[in-house]
Design a protein around this ligand. Structure first.
Ligand code: SF4
Length: 65
C-alpha cells in the first residue's frame, strides 16, 4: 500500500493525525500534513482508510496495490 498527501489541498484540520498518528503528523509552523510512512505495513490499512475518510480536504490518497 502507498500513501500520498497533497499539501495544496490540506487545510491543517488534523483529522488524519487523530485517525492515524502512526502515519501522519502536522508541521509545527502551519499545521499542514506531514506523511510519516509512504509505504505503511498492511496491518495499518484500516487506520489509513480511516484517515482518508476523515480528511475534509480530500488531501490523502491511498493506493492499495
Ligand atoms: S485531515 Fe486532511 S486536511 Fe486535515 S491535516 Fe490531515 S491531510 Fe490535512
Amino acid at each position: 500500500m502507498n500513501l500520498h498527501v497533497d499539501q495544496d489541498r490540506c487545510c491543517g484540520a488534523g483529522q488524519c493525525v487523530l485517525a492515524a498518528p502512526e502515519l501522519f503528523d502536522q508541521r509545527e509552523e502551519d499545521g499542514l500534513v506531514v506523511l510519516l510512512a509512504a509505504e505503511p505495513p498492511a496491518e495499518l490499512l484500516a487506520v489509513a482508510e480511516d484517515a482518508v475518510a476523515a480528511c475534509p480536504g480530500r488531501a490523502i490518497r491511498l493506493d492499495r496495490g
